[in-house]
Ligand binder design. Sequence first.
Ligand code: HAM
Length: 430
Amino acid sequence: MSQYQAVKGTKDIFPEEVAQWKYVEGIVHTLASLYGFSEIRTPVFEYTELFQRGIGLTTDIVGKEMFSFQPDTKGRSVTLRPEMTAGVMRAALQYNLFSLAPVHKLYYIGELFRKERPQAGRQRQFSQFGAELLGVSSPAAVAEVITLMMQVFESLGLKELKLRINTLGDTEDRVRYREALQSYFVPFYEILDEASRERLEKNPLRILDSKNPVLQELVAGAPRLYDYLNDSSLRDFEKVLFYLAERNIAYDIDHRLVRGLDYYSHTAFEVTSSVLGAQDAIGGGGRYDGLARELGSSSDVPASGFAVGMERLLITMEKQGLLTTINPLRPLVYVVVQQQELVDHALTIAWRLRKAGIRTEIDLVARSMKSQMREANRIRASYALFIGKTEYTTGSYALKNLLTSEQTTLSLEDVLQVLHQPATKERINL
Ligand code: HAM
């Protein structure tokens, strides 16, 4: 055993699980491209200010969860990305993508870092896939990203997910609401905890996020943003709901949903999974029309998007029995060395098979023939190819189908032919 362990809040992903990840990623790639999104890969760290400006100084993420460091003595502080949206928008603005086309549809799969207290479904390094629709702001656009997200869940066979949706209105709506919230909370100043007192001044909306049980009743009685929306914001929200209903996407309106990032306006949404326990949010997103200006853009870049936590998605799939049929790709043929003096010849045969595109495994630790056969079965190879003295001298090899136990003697060319047959004989997905 090593004296080192993985850092708290991080996880190793072993081959069986990697196969599951790849399966999910494959569906993400297929569906994202079906909806016209192209993949973007942005750096894992960015200047700290990007997240401070983008996500908001008073959020938990920026206030307590960022892994920030100085790359050199004179350098500006940088931060391991805690989310993808700010980086994607930064890239689009930096490379002036909007001079090429007004709308850009980008998706991603990548690692994120948040200094949260690790627990089931909550890690310090985790992964998300997500999509950002940049350059247009409309109910149709936000409905498009929600629909893509829900279609991924549906394709994976997930059940019993709950989509909660809310509208945060436009900037003026929120200014009026902010004042209303301040007037509501000020008389209760003595009851408020330290964090909420700070938020009262700077960003009272964040008090609604508080997990402090003492404040729950107070928060429940707070005014609703919904009552401060102007007609156009209301119509906008209704149109989003109309699109969802058209597509048979079930939702619950939740007027308390504010989400943990400051960049949202109008629609915000979150998907929860009933099998997840305390950390039940599997994905979320919304519209963020003000982010580009916040990052210094001289023109508006309205946008919307979502992100889904890969680990929580996979936990949900596992609990719902959806991962049992996904296995890593197994070798098709196991080259069995009958006499150790032929091992070099066997290695050459294995190399020729692999060059011909056939998945091949061969023993490298001089095991007995019996052990090699046991190993071939353990890793569920479909065929065993025997290399013995006769084979070596005649150039004909015994090929055994390990499913049917049928054995034939063939030249290497014929072996290649047989192994190139359609994959129906393989054991990989049984
Ligand atoms: P978020 O709600 O902060 O949104 O994260 C999205 C998802 O990432 C969560 O629902 C959860 O599944 C997963 N997640 C977050 N933190 C952790 C963690 N510590 N461990 C494991 N999983 C976690 C965003 O990140 C926004 N950028 C979404 C977005 C895209 N909005 C617009 N576009």
